[in-house]
Design a protein around this ligand. Structure first.
Ligand code: ADP
Length: 269
């Protein structure tokens, strides 16, 4: 058996995957707490436990994500863009566009039929359209981030949030709340605001079907549905959407292991 590990150290969350023989997911972990905290190491220990292996069983460890340079247990690093492309291609080989909404940035990646990145666009300058925007809004509304989907689904009259800037949108939501607007209508408007922002980035790169959503925000059905309306296309996601970067890193770690084995064999000949 060959075990490889991918760790994605994000701005808000640490994610790990252990792969067996480059094919089967043996374990995974997701812990809130990202770069610069103790949580990447916790996620690492947790995934080993989850896969029922020890560090000595691992052939290769690849780190990705915003905090990839800070993790000392790793053998090498790969960019988030390449890892998301590889992880999504493994999960959904027909995907040609990836929309990754994380805690602090948004990436739209165009990939070919081999899972190689062709082009990308990124917004990492502003919290609008990112998980951070949703986290701030959930906090004001005293909701758990997981509840936004359910609230948005109840809405019959979504409220337009006119400010894209998180700070101004926060004040806007507070004044709508005090004016008696229903929470579900505000949540639907918040999800639509993210979708409009991300949708315009996606349209700039050009949408090719199948569109796959990765990153933590993919779990929010309110954002997914609003984005489908903006882009007028179906958006695919899986329950492991937040783990796509870690999965890609574990796959790169497997490729590296195989390359090393082949090189060792050719040296012996
Ligand atoms: P990063 O890699 O930048 O840390 P992630 O891709 O892990 O970001 O996504 C983190 C974001 O995902 C959080 O900011 C949060 O808004 C969102 N999120 C996490 N879990 C859920 C969930 N169960 N439902 C909806 N949104 C979620």
């Amino acid at each position: 058996m060959i075990y490889t590990l991918g760790i994605d150290i994000g701005s808000t969350t640490s994610k790990c995957i252990v792969l067996e023989d480059g094919k089967e997911i043996k374990g995974s972990s997701i812990i809130t707490g990202g770069a610069g905290t103790k949580f990447p190491l916790k996620a690492f220990e947790m995934v080993l436990n989850n896969a029922n292996i020890t560090m000595e069983d691992l052939s290769e460890i690849v780190a990705t994500g915003y905090g990839r340079g800070t993790f000392t247990q790793t053998d090498s690093q790969m960019s988030e863009l390449s890892c998301h492309a590889k992880g999504v291609h493994f999960t959904c080989p027909n995907a040609r566009t990836i929309i990754d909404i994380g805690g602090q940035d948004v990436k739209v990646i165009s990939i070919n039929d081999q899972g190689r990145m062709l082009n990308f666009l990124m917004n990492d300058k502003c919290a609008a359209g990112t998980g951070r925007f949703l986290d701030v809004m959930a906090n004001i509304l005293q909701l758990d981030i997981k509840d936004l989907e359910q609230e948005a689904a109840k809405s019959t009259r979504s409220v337009n949030i006119s400010n894209t800037c998180t700070v101004f949108a926060e004040s806007e939501v507070i004044s709508q709340l005090s004016a008696g607007v229903e929470i579900e209508d505000l949540v639907a408007g918040i999800c639509e605001s993210v979708a409009k922002r991300v949708g315009s980035l996606a349209k700039r790169i050009g949408i090719k079907e199948i569109v796959f959503m990765s990153g933590g925000v993919a779990q929010n059905g309110g954002v997914r549905k609003a984005l489908e309306n903006v882009l007028k296309t179906e958006i695919i996601f899986t329950k492991d959407a937040q783990l796509m970067g870690a999965l890609g890193a574990a796959l790169f770690a497997y490729d590296k292991t195989i390359k090393n084995i082949k090189e060792a064999i050719s040296c012996q000949k």
